[in-house]
Ligand binder design. Structure first.
Ligand SMILES: NC(=O)c1ccc[n+]([C@@H]2O[C@H](COP(=O)([O-])OP(=O)(O)OC[C@H]3O[C@@H](n4cnc5c(N)ncnc54)[C@H](OP(=O)(O)O)[C@@H]3O)[C@@H](O)[C@H]2O)c1
Length: 157
């Protein structure tokens, strides 16, 4: 799968590494380029812009500090998402999630609210617990709980 990872800090960098090790084609972007640069030595494309990273992606992972950071990074590039599913994995809270959901809805992008439980070591080991909720059409998981009302991962977290 072609995956864009936006935000390669403490959590995003090891997540990107594990995606690449699992055979996915990863394109990474980070506001501070120096922080993403080492990923280029690990079979990942490090991009100068968000639009470049998300172009042609099937999934876009955001892993930045908070809601405003994610919104500021993603909003100008939503038009480049195409059919990509947006897996929003940063911790943004319910208010942050509402804003991001509105941005996604306005751009016709499928948003999966997918905050994680765990820290740096589980991220490196590929052992984060992901609390994902989103459109059924965006799921490839065999462990899906179906609900008649919205139960965002951010509420569960
Ligand atoms: N660390 C943990 O143990 C842990 C555990 C569970 C969940 N989380 C959540 O995971 C998310 C990422 O945490 P982290 O530990 O990876 O944080 P981090 O190491 O501080 O990295 C933050 C990332 O957000 C980017 N960023 C911050 N402000 C930005 C802005 N205005 N525009 C664009 N990019 C911006 C940073 O880019 P720069 O490099 O350019 O600053 C960096 O890529 C947070 O929501 C956090 O709450 C963390």
């Amino acid at each position: 799968m072609r995956v864009a990872v936006l935000g390669t800090g403490t959590m995003g960098a090891p997540m990107a590494r594990n995606l690449a090790r699992a055979g996915h084609e990863v394109r990474a972007y980070n506001r501070t380029p120096e922080r993403a640069a080492p990923l280029a030595d690990e079979r990942m494309a490090v991009c100068d812009t968000v639009a470049e990273a998300v172009g042609g992606a099937e999934a876009v992972v955001t892993m930045a500090s908070d809601g405003p950071a994610v919104a500021g990074m993603v909003e100008p590039a939503l038009g480049s998402f195409g059919d990509a599913v947006w897996a929003q994995m940063s911790t943004v809270g319910l208010a942050g999630l509402e804003r991001l959901a509105a941005l996604a809805h306005g751009a016709g992008v499928a948003l999966v609210d997918a905050p994680v439980s765990g820290s740096k070591q589980p991220a490196e080991a590929g052992e984060l617990i992901v609390l994902a909720s989103g459109p059924a059409s965006s799921s490839t998981s065999s462990t899906v709980a179906r609900s008649g009302h919205p139960t965002p991962g951010s509420r569960a977290r």
